[in-house]
Design a protein around this ligand. Structure first.
Ligand SMILES: *Cc1c(COP(=O)(O)O)cnc(C)c1O
Length: 362
């Protein structure tokens, strides 16, 4: 592994980019801080003055905790405003507009394509393949299309949203090996907590063109705090940090995230994940036998993708009782499908009351 090889994938015009030099990033020492035009007094709404100063660009305590949680070093981890920001940063820093492509596997999370579009990066689509085992990534086609289409970024979503399938680590390794020196393979593990297989973070030491996305938005129940992590080679993390906003992590959000990573909170989170997995199995079983349901895909996430004889009717029947699910019918291959998030047992009962009563059957 060669330390310079992943940086060779970064836009040439950005390789030496220094970014914004913030007041907090300089190594000055003092006790009267008059260098950032902050107020000398606390706001009445913030009597402790905890939000008076600009925050640390990458709060060190939080970075250390997240790194321990995900099994990497702090130098390998960038904290962003949700993993959404990391996706945007990767596309902006790696893709030369009009030239370097982004590869996605539809039907899949829409932000990859949105960021590619904003950067005017060509979009390569390698559809998931439907089979008895689920809607799965086509590894050979991903490699072939990435090479022929000059992809700079390949997004592998595992567990995949909305399909629910996961990609074996050996297949991720196959893609990373084939694209070494040509593309960064981004493994989006937004739902990793609900999956049976280990994180691709375990592969990072062997593949410098691999990056992993994690988030506190889903299993950790902090979607509004916007704390996502990108885990990758330290030199890529440093480069992306220079492309990021000067103060991307609001202090109240990092305080909330730190509290959520205390042992007691993590124990509760783990118990909730176990409950979701049990409910996912119950819901899948019951829906499979419900009238009007064509297929329920096995899922490694906290949601189920369900095909209906009449998806509109199922959607309307649920909505009539106040249950809102995600209509997937505009997504490729999913013209008859809804995505149902696994909720609390009582919420899931509400779903089953509607769908197993036959009110949604066509
Ligand atoms: C929800 C989701 C995200 C976004 O996570 P944030 O950290 O909240 O930005 C990323 N990827 C996938 C696949 C998701 O479903």
């Amino acid at each position: 592994m060669n330390a310079s090889s992943v940086l060779s994938l970064v836009r040439e015009d950005l390789r030496a980019f220094a970014g914004y030099s913030s007041a907090r990033s300089s190594a000055l020492v003092g006790d009267v801080w008059l260098n950032a035009n902050e107020s000398a007094w606390a706001n009445p709404a913030d009597p402790q003055g905890s939000a008076r100063r600009y925050p640390e660009p990458q709060p060190e305590a939080l970075r250390a905790r997240l790194a321990a949680l995900y099994g990497c070093t702090p130098e390998q981890l960038l904290i962003g405003r949700g993993s959404d920001e990391a996706i945007d940063l990767l596309v902006r820093a790696l893709c030369e507009p009009g030239r370097d492509a982004v590869l996605v596997t539809p039907p899949v999370f829409g932000m990859y394509a949105v960021c590619a579009r904003l950067q005017n990066a060509p979009l390569l689509e390698v559809p998931l393949v439907d089979s008895d085992t689920g809607l799965n990534a086509d590894i050979d086609a991903i490699i072939a299309t990435a090479l022929s289409g000059k992809a700079k970024l390949v997004f592998l979503c595992t567990p995949s949203n909305p399909a629910g399938s996961s990609i074996a680590l050996s297949d991720i390794e196959r893609v990373a090996t084939a694209l070494r020196g040509r593309a960064v393979v981004v493994v989006d593990e937004a739902y990793g907590e609900y999956a049976e297989q280990p994180s691709a973070v375990t592969l990072l030491d062997r593949y410098d063109n691999l990056a992993v996305l994690r988030t506190l938005s889903k299993a950790h129940a902090l979607a509004a705090a916007r704390i996502g992590s990108l885990i990758a080679a330290p030199e890529l993390i440093q480069l992306l940090r220079r492309c990021q906003a000067p103060y991307p992590v609001p202090a109240p959000c990092s305080a909330l995230a730190l509290a959520a990573l205390e042992p007691a909170a993590l124990t509760t989170t783990a118990a909730r994940v176990a409950e979701v997995k049990a409910e996912r199995a119950r819901l899948q079983q019951a829906l499979q036998n419900a009238p009007g349901v064509r297929r329920v895909y096995a899922s490694q996430g906290n949601y189920l993708l369900v095909r209906f004889n009449d998806a509109q009717r199922a959607f309307d029947a649920l909505l009539a009782t106040g249950v809102v699910v995600r209509d997937q019918r505009a997504a490729p291959q999913l013209g008859d499908a809804l995505r149902i998030t696994v909720g609390s047992p009582a919420e899931n009962d509400r779903v089953l009351q509607v769908l197993t009563a036959g009110r949604a059957a066509a």
